[in-house]
Design a protein around this ligand. Sequence first.
Ligand SMILES: Nc1ncnc2c1ncn2[C@@H]1O[C@H](COP(=O)(O)OS(=O)(=O)O)[C@@H](OP(=O)(O)O)[C@H]1O
Length: 309
Amino acid sequence: MTKFSTRCVIACLLTVGMCVLQYNLFLRKSFKFKIWQQNDDGGMQSMERRLPSALIVGVRKGGTRALLDAIGLHPKVRIVRRETHFFDSNYSLGFDWYKSQMPHVESDDEVVIEKTPAYFTNENVPKRVFDWNPDMKLILIVRHPVYRTISDFTQVYYNKLEQNKSLPVLSIEAFRTDDVTGDESINMEYKPMTNSLYDVHISKWLKYFKIHNFLLVNGDVFRANPLHELRRVEEFLGLERAITPSQLVFDYQKGFFCFRKTTKIRCLGESKGRKHRSISNDVIEKLSRMFEEHNQNFFQLINRSFQWD
Ligand SMILES: Nc1ncnc2c1ncn2[C@@H]1O[C@H](COP(=O)(O)OS(=O)(=O)O)[C@@H](OP(=O)(O)O)[C@H]1O
């Protein structure tokens, strides 16, 4: 190659390099200084991640997954698909790790939201969340405690079945009998039962947060009429009403609502809404009696009541 053509190649490369640099600077300026990269579809995707400003903290089997998916229909909401378990199990991994789990955001008015139902019942979580962000928006979706317990028990039952372990019987696991008095009480070592003692768990949160940090979502109403509760969530998150009835599609076969973001309709997986283990009326009545006092305490703590008769 002659000296002249080498110079030409170098000049061309420099020009292309300058153009790429200018283009990047232009993108950063016009997209509020965020770093963008090309995604698989050829479009541009922001590389910025942001920690959540709202958490769905529970309750387990309350409808947390459906609520997360449904609020994710809102154009200004970015959801964290997997349960990060950051504030309970993965805290030692640090906030950089937590941030790496977050979705990409494109504008400052987007709300990032995460759900890990184990947060509600873990003793360490309230203080950790409060120390990090005392203004955190906390969403708690609760459900009739008796049916939540049966749902939790059903999940545990099928997990054990899959692992070829011995299968539990709810009436044996749920209660304890006092050797002296013969009185029966809740087995405080059995999680499907203790997870339903909402008063016990919310008390631990209220040592740090005020009740107005919480939005209480009625899981039984949400399941039958999601939009009713979604409007409350939109308001709580400071968002405009944007989720439309046409995005909530009832699937008659499943007996649940599915969610339409673009053209695709997404229903929840097999482990949600599966047939519950059959429980006798006697056991259901006993469960109701045992939860009654806890429910009343819970209503006092949250200044609201639910129809859980
Ligand atoms: N739209 C829609 N689709 C499917 N399932 C729905 C929906 N809305 C509410 N639910 C109820 O959600 C219950 C599961 O709750 P979670 O998602 O919180 O469970 S988990 O704790 O994450 O395992 C699940 O409980 P079970 O019916 O007992 O399985 C459902 O009743």
